[in-house]
Write a protein that binds this ligand. Structure first.
Ligand SMILES: [Zn+2]
Length: 183
């Protein structure tokens, strides 16, 4: 029998500041609609409506080019502090409290414009990808790491850059760590 998650919060302290309140709100959203079931956990393949994986079904989806990644999976990196990964993960989910999202949530901000370049709206994509400052930073990092100039269209591109490098597995992890720290 399914059971909704319910209970009372037993805080050591209440969430403080916009970032913590946003994180808490994000947690509540993740838990919304989640039902707990009795019995063992099981692995479900999201590429099929029934949830059961089969090679013929997978081959058929590939042949129809119909398979698409059901959801973004953030790749954690043990070489960087957890809070560094957490910021990148939060940004990839679009939950970082940038000015554009604050305004959407009716939280007053002095301006929606990026305070660094004063050119465009401050959003995750802007501050990490399209802002002139960010582009200069990635340019320096690409030279330092001796990789081709980054060609990025989204923040998630940045998080997956190491997968397309010519580095060995270990060096790719270090390269990923450099990118994460730079964010
Ligand atoms: Zn900017």
């Amino acid at each position: 029998m399914d059971e909704w998650i319910s209970g009372n919060w037993d805080w050591c302290r209440e969430p403080i500041g916009i970032a913590e309140v946003e994180e808490f709100r994000g947690l509540l959203q993740l838990c919304q609609g989640v039902k707990l079931r009795h019995g063992d956990d099981k692995v479900v393949w999201l590429g099929d409506e029934v949830g059961g994986f089969s090679v013929p079904n997978f081959k058929e989806k590939i042949s129809r080019n119909a398979y698409s990644e059901p959801g973004f999976v953030f790749e954690w990196n043990r070489l960087v502090p957890r809070k560094v990964s957490f910021v990148a993960w939060w940004a990839a989910l679009g939950r970082l409290s940038t000015r554009d999202t604050l305004i959407k949530r009716n939280i007053p901000v002095s301006s929606i414009v990026c305070p660094i370049c004063s050119d465009l709206e401050e959003s995750v994509e802007h501050i990490f990808i399209s802002c002139g400052f960010a582009q200069s930073l990635w340019s320096v990092i690409s030279l330092w790491c001796k990789v081709p100039t980054f060609l990025l269209f989204s923040f998630r591109d940045l998080l997956e850059l190491h997968k397309f490098s010519e580095f060995s597995k270990d060096k790719a992890k270090v390269f990923q760590a450099v990118c994460l720290i730079a964010t």
